[in-house]
Design a protein around this ligand. Structure first.
Ligand code: ADP
Ligand code: MG
Length: 226
């Protein structure tokens, strides 16, 4: 019975998500149609290039929304869990984000209590979580700042990673909405990063938590079972 309920809940969530995706895609589609129509009209007064750029941007946005949605809606039947050192995985993943961090004057400060952080997990999924979380932190510090990443073994059973930034922070009202699909405060945000991250960590029987204070910063805490 429990399984049945869980599957049913999953379907409901997916249905809501699908409705959200349709909604999110409608805006860029309307915009593409409008600008394409302008392009096909005889005299666009030399604005062709501008219209083409808008169309291209909106197509990229649709592509991104569909990609992120597929990552979320993908059936979880394929389990490719392997024993991974997540500290090493985090260090490898950071290489991808270092250019953006230095471009934005964000210092990344790493400290791990041990390198013995073997976790049974799906490597690419956990990597996806690290990217989402670190990207959010960097984006929350437009004037630069510091991202502190800490890793520690808890009671020998868990490995806990914390990502602490001194960026904009989030007020209490918005903090409640975090993880709701498509909730974003960014002009070009999609609002699926936290939903995906939360889902992945939960599927690994772990815990994903966020604490934040407006004007002070945000802390993401990820706990994974060893
Ligand atoms: P997106 O990054 O596309 O907006 P996310 O799901 O990754 O979507 O994040 C949702 C929202 O949560 C962001 O728009 C932002 O308002 C808030 N948020 C997430 N991480 C942070 C952070 N480190 N600092 C401040 N706000 C954050
Ligand atoms: Mg994000």
């Amino acid at each position: 019975v429990e399984d049945y309920i869980r599957n049913y809940e999953k379907l409901t969530v997916l249905g809501e998500l699908a409705a959200g995706v349709a909604h999110e895609i409608r805006n860029p589609l309307t915009s593409i149609k409008g600008f394409f129509k302008l392009l096909t009209e005889e005299d666009s007064g030399g604005k062709d290039k501008k219209y083409q750029n808008v169309i291209m941007d909106e197509l990229s946005r649709i592509e991104q929304i569909v990609n992120e949605f597929m990552a979320l809606a993908r059936p979880q039947a394929i389990h490719l869990k392997e024993s991974i050192n997540i500290v090493q995985l985090l260090k490898d993943t950071m290489i991808l984000l270092n250019p953006e961090a230095s471009l934005r004057n964000v210092d990344i400060d790493l400290q791990f209590d041990s390198d013995a952080a073997q976790i049974e997990c799906e490597k690419n999924q956990i990597k996806q979580v690290f990217i989402n979380v670190m990207k959010n932190a960097i984006e929350a510090m437009p004037e630069g700042g510091r991202l502190k990443i800490r890793g520690e073994s808890i009671e020998g059973f868990y490995y806990r990673l914390t990502f602490e930034d001194n960026g904009t922070g989030i007020d209490e009202k918005r903090l409640e909405k975090l993880g709701t699909p498509f909730f974003t405060t960014k002009e070009k945000g999609i609002g699926l990063g936290l939903t995906i991250s939360n889902k992945i960590i939960t599927e690994h029987n772990g815990e994903f938590k966020m604490e934040s204070e407006l004007g002070i910063g945000t802390k993401v805490i990820i706990r994974l079972k060893k």
